[in-house]
Write a protein that binds this ligand. Structure first.
Ligand code: NAP
Length: 550
């Protein structure tokens, strides 16, 4: 546990982004770092999301750091899709190896971060009232870390236990013999429901929107397989970095609308058997053409009808309302088959919404569903939510909440106009949630670290995204999204799950490979689009051009 009054950099969050940012900025850049983490240990998302069945939907061999060969050689993954406890152990292993914990104050929530223009410093105040000043701030708060609890009437009067999947008790919850209601059928609900159904006496699923999910086909990774992977790790990592989503995917076989129907069918069969989100990558036109999208969606609905014995239930859990993939595709183990169990009931809360939560359970259509435990798998205030709760105030007293009144705006998802020396790892406008987060995190942190080295070398103390560059970038992000089917769906990508949140498509959908290249070019051009303050109005690249190379 550490707490300094003044450092070079404050890092907020000790998930995968915070661990790597702290390591690089402290051990490569040689900067003093103070980390703050509201949890009692490292792990971020994987520290909080301990619900039964929690796993990653990116394969473990690539959902892991690539920056250090010792780490990837020493750590051995046991399953194709790692469980939450294994990923959390991995985060702890890396933190131990790099001595990360000594740079952090844990159980310490950031209450505000205020820019002092005169001093050129950020003043971070934590919930215990203490302050730390720093030249730079790096936010590493994750995209899905602000849990969303809908305003259900009567929730506080419920006599049983209530848990949100995103802040599950660390000591675990004994569900044996209990009656459980689950609200929410996104990725979290879809993973939790089959695992809960195996323990609980009875499960009532309250479903508003059915989701598309593909089988995980999880399996153990053998000793030989892992040693082969370790031998090829450097080449594998290199390849993965240059893919659009930072994962190993079988490339598309062509456009669904141009291939013969039997080839389309055979490819979907192959990918369904193979398991995982690569199913969505079968064709080039799935995410841009309604008719093509329909082919893949129909295929999943057909599989549901095959798996679920009760035709009424099958109909009810078949997604119809939106194109497949425009809400994040889910990856499951036995989700649809769980509805064949006698201890699982499905209640449609689309046609008849949840009225309130009574003392004994949720009330729908006048009926109170009596349960002992209520599980809220109701999602997150995604991407901007975790940043907005930091109480950030930039130049001229501008708060981030004011700057983002019309939605999260930033330049490259890395920096926000009006907020000097503050960098947002996987911020809005970057590929983030459309990719393997660890690959995106490494790219952002590498880029920030290189930028700070360049600034240090040139004696530049302040840097800020220009408002023009930010507007241009956001226009590009929107234009790319408009070429896809994504904006048609009321998803958390669009902020649509949070009442009153501006509806804009938040991530950059142009692919991580393209995005990396853009970031490389911006740096190579002397950080084009950034202003160096002290000389506000002067582009960073103009200043860098006047300094003789060292
Ligand atoms: P989510 O996708 O936002 O799902 C929330 C669910 O709660 C939806 O089914 C939603 O219904 C329902 N809901 C919300 N308010 C409701 C209300 N008032 N009444 C009834 N139902 C309500 O959240 P999530 O499942 O936690 O997943 C969020 C993201 O986290 C995922 O998309 C994924 O990126 C990530 N995640 C990943 C993994 C993994 O790696 N395997 C696992 C879990 C989560 P509507 O759809 O009708 O709004």
């Amino acid at each position: 546990m550490s707490r300094s009054a003044h450092v070079d950099v404050v890092v907020v969050g000790a998930g995968f982004a915070g661990i790597y940012a702290t390591h690089l900025l402290r051990d490569k850049n040689g900067l003093s770092v103070q980390g703050f983490e509201r949890g009692s240990d490292v792990g971020g998302t994987w520290f909080w999301n301990r619900y039964p069945g929690a796993r990653c939907d990116a394969e473990s061999i690539v959902y892991s750091y690539s920056f250090d060969d010792d780490i990837q050689q020493e750590w051995t993954w046991s399953e194709r899709w790692a469980t939450q406890p294994e990923i959390l152990r991995y985060a702890g292993f890396v933190a131990d190896k790099l001595g990360i914990r000594e740079s952090y104050a844990f159980n310490t929530e950031v209450a505000s971060m205020v820019w002092d223009e005169e001093a050129g410093l950020w003043i971070t105040t934590t919930s215990d009232g203490e302050t730390t000043t720093s030249r730079f701030v790096v936010t590493a708060v994750g995209c899905l870390s602000a849990s969303q609890v809908p305003e259900f009437k009567g929730l506080e009067g419920f006599a049983g236990e209530v848990y949100h999947t995103g802040s599950w008790p660390h000591e675990g919850v004994d569900l044996a013999g209990k009656r459980v209601a689950v609200i929410g059928t996104g990725s979290s609900g879809i993973q939790a429901i089959p695992a809960i159904a195996q323990q609980a006496a009875h499960v009532t699923v309250l479903q508003r929107t059915p989701n598309y999910t593909v089988p995980a086909r999880n399996r153990k990774l053998g000793v030989d397989e892992m040693s082969l992977i370790k031998r090829i790790y450097p080449a594998l990592r290199e390849k993965v970095r240059e893919t659009p989503a930072g994962v190993i995917v079988k490339p598309p076989v062509g456009a669904a609308l141009e291939l013969p129907p039997e080839e389309v069918r055979a490819e979907l069969d192959r990918r369904w058997e193979q398991g995982g989100p690569t199913f969505m990558n079968a064709f080039t036109d799935t995410m841009s053409d309604h008719a093509a999208n329909q082919i893949t969606a129909d295929y999943v609905r057909e599989r549901i009808r095959e798996i679920v014995q009760d035709p009424e239930k099958a109909e009810l859990i078949s997604p119809q309302a939106y194109p497949i993939g425009t809400k994040r595709i889910c990856v499951d183990t036995d989700y649809y088959a769980t509805y064949n169990r006698e201890n699982v009931d499905l209640v449609d809360v689309r046609s008849t919404p949840i009225e309130r939560i009574g003392a004994r359970g949720p009330v729908v259509g006048g009926k109170e569903y009596e349960v002992d435990v209520l599980v809220l798998a109701t999602g997150f205030d995604a991407i901007t939510g975790p940043l907005l709760r930091l109480g950030v105030q930039g130049r001229n007293g501008l708060s981030l909440n004011e700057a983002w009144a019309e939605g999260g705006k930033s330049y490259l998802g890395l920096a926000v106009a009006g907020f000097p020396n503050l960098f947002t790892v996987t911020g809005p406008g970057s590929p983030s949630v459309l990719t393997n987060m660890i690959v995106s995190i490494e790219q952002h942190v590498d880029w920030i670290s290189d930028m700070l080295l360049d600034l240090e070398n040139e004696g530049i103390e302040r840097i800020e995204a220009s408002a023009e560059a930010q507007e241009e970038w956001i226009a590009k992000v929107n234009a790319i999204a408009a070429q896809t089917l994504y904006p048609e769906t009321a998803s958390w990508y669009m902020g649509a799950n949070i009442p009153g949140k501006p509806r804009v498509f938040m991530p950059y959908a142009g692919g991580l490979d393209t995005y990396r290249e853009i970031c490389r070019q911006v740096a190579a051009a002397g950080y084009e689009g950034f202003l160096t303050s002290g000389q506000v109005g002067v582009e960073a690249h103009e200043v860098l051009a006047t300094v003789p190379a060292s």
